[in-house]
Design a protein around this ligand. Sequence first.
Ligand SMILES: *Cc1c(COP(=O)(O)O)cnc(C)c1O
Length: 362
Amino acid sequence: MKSQYILEKDAELPDLKELGFGKWASPYMYVRRYRNGAWEAPIIHEYDLFALDPAAQALHYGQLIFEGMKAYYNKDLGKIFTFRPEENAKRYQRSAQRLVMPELPVPDFLASVFEAVRLARRWIPPFSEANPIEASLYIRPFLMGTSPKLGVKPSDDYAHAVITSPSGPYFRSGFTPIRLKVETEYVRAVRGGTGEAKCAGNYASSLLAAKRAEAEGFSQVLWLDGVDRRYIEEVGAMNVFVLMNGTLMTPSLTGSILPGITRSSILTMGEALGVPVAETNIDIHELLAGIENGTVTEMFGSGTAAVVTPVGLLGYQGKEYAINGGHVGELTSTIYKTLVRIQYGLEQPAYAKDWCIEIKDA
Ligand SMILES: *Cc1c(COP(=O)(O)O)cnc(C)c1O
């Protein structure tokens, strides 16, 4: 079975309920090569295989970074938006720096993303207030080392590409609480490593733990820090938040956590909503004790793909801890709804006035 379907150029958007996440590919791609120390002109072509030297650096030593973004089509307004795309552009540069790759200038990154969205305009799932299904065009920019290098060295040449995928909710269950396994054997990242870069290797190394957790009936794992195995870090592709004693807390960015744009937006939003917020160390034992004695009332994950995903249960060394009786919390719900309304251009609070960027025709 194919796991991905490439849309025909004249195809209609598949039924919204059939979309799934990352299952469909729009039929065009945007490619920009870096050769002889300079960025070449972009090329747009049909979605196709990449011709790579079998010794390409990215294939052997993983010089490959990516971003995850979405285009939101508000059908009532007839407008297409993206959410804080400059933040993705800057993170792409930081990830590139960490892996000794050339940095794509911010305006060039934005131009590539906007162009990829225009090419896929026909397949951006529509959102309307009458039928508010959370669907969007998922955008995947990536940059890889393409030079043949069997010695471990940075590549000379690179390819930046953008592909897009009309997508529905990340978790099939939609906005319902997920079960997370607190991972005590494997770690995702350590300080000084590449945890704060959005690079391919971080995800390959997470697959085994995720597979085991799934076999045990969990959606994903909640990673602990790599040194003390005591402080919570994040989930597969989401940062995490905990409402404890009325304070909205998230692990501080210590170097091993991916600095999520959704995370930083929710911190700003929480403050604006009058909720005390804190970036701090969250000890797993205090968290579990708080769940048991009722001081931890809500927990959720945040990310572009998963938006806001409520966490209903933590499994730790064979024991299960249900949060808020496994129900979605009130603040989680408010943050989710507010974020979605901002992303689809329905609301523009003062703190978010430059978050939602319209993609206009070129
Ligand atoms: C992409 C990602 C996130 C979320 O980042 P956003 O900018 O909010 O999409 C969180 N954790 C990991 C590991 C990620 O890869």
